[in-house]
Design a binder for this molecule. Structure first.
Ligand code: AHR
Length: 307
């Protein structure tokens, strides 16, 4: 128990003690995803929530099976972090038929809004716009860009791409010259970057726009192996703000990252508690993030890695 001034706060502050909540997670494809999982588990423990965790290993069928298992066990609520946008209608209807509230976290679904109680997430379109706005000012609106896309069919990839493209469309000398999915993983980011470097003359590439930091870390490796100085010869912009990207900035290998907060467990649990208490919820509970550059990278690295 902690005492703040006159207010007594128990370990279960925030509510939900005694609830059983199923959490279907995408997988562990990125460092961001792992810290998001850890944050949800820690928040559940602090609140005394019995969390049933399922790792979908990036496969929608695993996530649908997990949801059906949660429904069969009669959980009080479900938190779904969906791998892709489409294909959830049937299983969400099954949860609704069993009066089990579902909160969507992080990526979006195309299912009817009546099938879930709210969504806790960042604004992916805004992240894409922010990334492009930085690149516009860094290059005076002249840049041939290679793009590492996230998982095909995921709202994180679709919306970041939409936001980025909206902004660069305003600048006639900015264009995407190569674009392919690296599935949000380091290994694929490296392989796809290698293929870009073979497909076009590397000296004509001005920047790499990566839908997450992990793919960019892989791309940085590929550039170094090809004798290119990342962050100098080719500018970089990515999303997540994980400790490794701050290390890359400290090393002079990366230029900017748009933050995606992994702290969505608290708002998701709060939403469930409010819903079960009969309160009305907004359709969307936004999670904010900033944009970071090398000037504060050492500080951010120390703060985020606890070193
Ligand atoms: O859905 C959010 C994205 O998923 C993160 O940006 C990426 O790292 C993760 O895999």
């Amino acid at each position: 128990m902690v005492i703040f001034g006159a207010v007594v706060v128990s370990a279960q502050e925030g509510g939900g003690a005694g609830l059983t909540i199923g959490f279907s997670q995408v997988g562990s494809e990125s460092a961001w995803r792992t810290s998001f999982t850890q944050a949800v588990i820690a928040e559940a423990e602090a609140r005394g929530i019995n969390l049933l965790f399922s790792d979908g290993q990036q496969r929608q069928e695993n996530q649908i099976a997990a949801l059906r298992s949660f429904i069969a066990q009669g959980v009080d609520a479900i938190i779904l972090a969906p791998v892709v946008e489409t294909g959830w209608d049937e299983v969400l209807q099954e949860a609704a038929d069993n009066q089990i509230p579902v909160v969507i976290v992080d990526r979006n679904v195309t299912a009817d809004e009546s099938l879930y109680i709210t969504r806790v997430s960042s604004d992916f379109v805004h992240e894409g716009r922010l990334a492009a706005a930085w690149l516009v000012q860094a290059t005076a609106g002249q840049c041939d860009i290679v793009e590492l896309q996230g998982t095909v069919g995921s709202s994180a990839a679709l919306d970041r791409q939409q936001g980025f493209n909206e902004v660069i469309a305003l600048f006639p000398n900015m264009q995407i010259v190569q674009s392919q999915s690296g599935d949000f993983t380091r290994t694929n980011g490296k392989e796809v970057m290698e293929s870009f470097l073979n497909a076009v003359d590397p000296s004509t590439i001005c920047a790499v726009w990566s839908h997450n930091d992990d793919m960019l870390i892989g791309a940085i490796e590929a550039m170094k192996e090809a004798g290119i100085d990342p962050g100098q010869d080719i500018l970089t912009i990515s999303v997540d703000a994980i400790p490794d990207i701050f290390q890359a900035m400290v090393d002079g290998d990366a230029n900017a990252t748009v933050e995606l907060s992994p702290n969505m467990g608290g708002p998701a649990f709060d939403a469930i508690v409010s819903y079960l208490a009969g309160e009305e919820l907004p359709r969307w509970i936004p999670v904010a993030g900033g944009i970071y550059f090398p000037d504060t990278a050492a500080e951010e690295l120390a703060a985020r890695s606890g070193s």
